[in-house]
Design a protein around this ligand. Structure first.
Ligand SMILES: Cc1ncc(C[n+]2csc(CCOP(=O)(O)OP(=O)(O)O)c2C)c(N)n1
Ligand SMILES: [Mg+2]
Length: 666
């Protein structure tokens, strides 16, 4: 006997998961009252919609980007009660080891990718993951979910745009419980989520009664079939009820009427499934009760077990920010020829060589494909040579670029993406700050996204406020991402090749003013010139003053030193090459010899990289200092367009030479 195509056994299995999810909500709230945990977000009311989804997806084969309310989905995929309890109690577990809040799911074997708390970041990552499934030409699907409030985020619309345009095999599941904490959807959205998404070609759309398991499941069946046949993504809006407050920190009686809460209870998906089965005489009340009693006993036993498990070790609190897999091997310099190449061509050749080596490497960004090959031509020829599946233009949306790159990277691809101008990286900052740099840490080293972000930075090109910015200060503050900032073509090639092979995320800063400069050109190193990160280079040795610099300031310092007609051996000039890792050992050795330090950077002074480097020097080398640590950097101002004004704001040779003399004479 079947009900709507489901066998009794199948329905009982679904019911069992519903009952587990509901009982977990109840018991977790009890544990919270007892002070055993500090935060809870319930799935009560959403169970049918989530299990309708998990029923159609293949655990361990398809990919999942659930949100915090997806407890029942995860149970449906095979996550155990114990796993959910360990996370809830913040115990020492494999999934996050006390790093992430409860209900932020992560499970490697079930392909549930670690989730952050930022609402909406998951959409673009799911699209990236789906793009990687397309590249693999397999029929794996990607599930991503969120509440209706989260569809106000720009990332949601960016994700629909890219997924629809590329027919990515992804199912967007919006669980519409009408509220985003206390804000009703009538205030949140211009129209229903279903109506708002009407304009996307290739997007299948479903608006279903999400408290009805069978109706919702039908939508997932169709959507999964569509995606597997290559017809494109789908959006399923499940209209559900939120039977609990938003979280354990919320009291919904403050903003919802009693009558409304009573009406919601009438749409309880568990009661509805039971009624359907009893009415059609497929399952009896007794059989349901038997399951409920078994579930209660099982959960009680598992709670006892979970409470007795170990807490995380304090010494592990800052483990896994990085892979700790850095190479320190300095290669020998073999030159291809003695002809010089410009820095932008060195970048191009590094990319070309690495694409050739790694068929999982993909390159994309705005205007990077041929015939243009990037606004600075860094990627010229690459789409022609490697095809538009591996080298392609992205939409004009930086969050899309980084978000999808995360999704590609977690599946084993190596996205090397371009942000056209670093000045426009800010719309991707949520993805970078809350996703890229935390992925390894928050998943206790289970997931990682070692992508490379190439970002043309810097001024001196008459680029004005929005084509001149330095971003090193912001990135240096962010644990979890390495920073390269080469000053010449050979270093750029060697460092970028290394970045393409690293196990951690890298931001690769390319100074636009150096791209075609004669002084930044060098003879081209061969394919095996792969430079380790964290190894600074001494450009001239000296014993009276150490100048610590990088990027475009290297040449400015060379010019400043020259302008002073100093005796050889007075000034030691250090090009850091990478800001993270910072070669503190070399800096210390130099200052122990010279006793004086000048840090020169293009970024502005306040909270610029020089602040941190100076602090480190004063902490580590205080006894060796014979003078104050000095800094040269931009004025604390936007960078104006007019050359006369630009010169005023950006550091000039004269500013550096003045500080050199001041310190030499100190
Ligand atoms: C970017 C961001 N802004 C704000 C928050 C705080 N916050 C967490 S959940 C939430 C409401 C989400 O509502 P909805 O998307 O409808 O999902 P629901 O909780 O109703 O299932 C808010 C505002 C957050 N986590 N991330
Ligand atoms: Mg909601």
């Amino acid at each position: 006997m079947r009900l709507k195509g489901f066998t009794k056994k199948q329905i009982l299995e679904v019911y069992n998961n519903m009952a587990v999810s509901r009982r977990l909500d109840e018991k977790m709230l009890n544990l919270l009252k007892q002070g055993k945990s500090f935060f809870h977000m319930g799935a009560s009311g959403h169970e049918a919609a989530q299990l309708a989804a998990s029923f159609e997806m293949r655990a361990g084969k398809d990919w999942f980007y659930p949100y915090y309310r997806d407890a029942a989905l995860c149970l449906g995929l095979g996550m155990t009660i114990r796993e959910q309890l360990l996370s809830f109690l913040s115990k020492a577990d494999n999934a996050n080891n006390g790093r992430q809040m409860p209900h932020h799911y992560s499970h490697k074997t079930l392909r549930i990718v670690s989730q952050s708390s930022a609402t909406g970041t998951q959409f673009l990552q799911a699209v990236g993951c789906a793009l990687s499934r397309k590249l693999e030409k397999n029929n794996e699907l990607v599930y991503v979910s969120a509440g209706e409030g989260t569809t106000s985020q720009g990332d949601f619309h960016e994700a629909l745009n890219w997924a629809s345009n590329s027919k990515a095999p992804v199912i967007f599941h919006i669980q519409d419980n009408e509220y985003a904490i206390s804000t009703h959807k009538s205030i949140q959205n211009a129209d229903s989520v279903y109506a708002m998404s009407a304009g996307y070609r290739n997007l299948g759309r479903y608006d279903v009664n999400g408290v009805d398991f069978f109706e919702t499941n039908l939508a997932f069946k169709e959507a999964a079939e569509r995606a597997r046949k290559g017809k494109g993504p789908s959006l399923i809006v499940s209209n559900v009820v939120r039977l609990l407050p938003h979280s354990s920190s919320d009291d919904q009686r403050k903003y919802r009427t009693e009558q409304e809460l009573i009406e919601d209870k009438k749409r309880d998906p568990i009661v509805i499934l039971k009624d359907q089965c009893i009415k059609h005489e497929i399952i009896s009340i007794k059989e349901f009760e038997k399951i409920e009693n078994e579930v209660k006993k099982l959960i009680d036993d598992d709670i006892k077990w979970a409470l007795s498990q170990n807490n995380p070790e304090p010494l592990e609190a800052n483990m896994h920010v990085y892979s700790n897999n850095l190479s320190s091997i300095e290669p020998s310099l073999n030159l291809i020829s003695s002809n010089k190449i410009v820095l932008v061509d060195a970048i191009n050749h590094a990319l070309e060589e690495e694409m050739n080596l790694n068929d999982k490497m993909v390159i994309y960004g705005q205007d990077i494909a041929d015939p243009k090959g990037g606004v600075f031509t860094a990627t010229k020829g690459l789409s022609s040579k490697y095809g538009d599946e591996r080298v392609f233009n992205a939409p004009l949306a930086e969050s899309s670029i980084i978000g999808t790159a995360i999704g590609l990277a977690v599946t084993g691809y190596k996205p090397v993406v371009e942000i056209q101008f670093a000045d426009y990286i800010w719309t991707a900052m949520m993805q970078i700050r809350n996703e890229v740099v935390t992925m390894r840490y928050r998943s206790n080293n289970i997931w990682n996204c070692p992508l490379v972000i190439r970002a043309p930075v810097g001024g001196y090109i008459n680029g004005g406020i929005y084509h001149s910015q330095s971003i090193d200060g912001f990135f240096l503050h962010m644990p979890g991402i390495y920073i390269a900032y080469p000053s010449n073509a050979a270093d750029a090639k060697g460092l970028l090749k290394m970045a393409c092979r690293m196990k951690d995320p890298v931001i690769f800063m390319e100074h636009k003013g150096l791209y075609r400069q004669g002084y930044a050109s060098t003879a081209e190193p061969s394919k095996d010139y792969v430079l380790p990160f964290g190894k600074a280079k001494i450009l001239s040795t000296g014993d009276e003053l150490s100048i610590i610099t990088w990027g475009a300031m290297v040449q400015k310092c060379i010019e400043a030193i020259k302008s002073l007609n100093l005796i050889d051996g007075q000034v030691e000039l250090i090009d850091l090459r990478t800001l993270n890792p910072l070669d503190l050992d070399l800096i210390k050795t130099s200052i122990k010899k010279t006793g004086k330090a000048l840090v020169v950077h293009e970024d502005n002074i306040t909270n610029g990289p020089g602040a941190e480097i100076s602090a480190l020097i004063s902490e580590e080398c205080f006894e060796f200092l014979d003078g104050p640590i000095r800094r040269v950097g931009s004025k604390d101002s936007p960078i104006p367009f007019n050359k006369i004004l630009e010169d005023e704001v950006l550091p000039q040779t004269y500013d550096i030479s003045t500080k050199i003399m001041e310190l030499l004479e100190y």
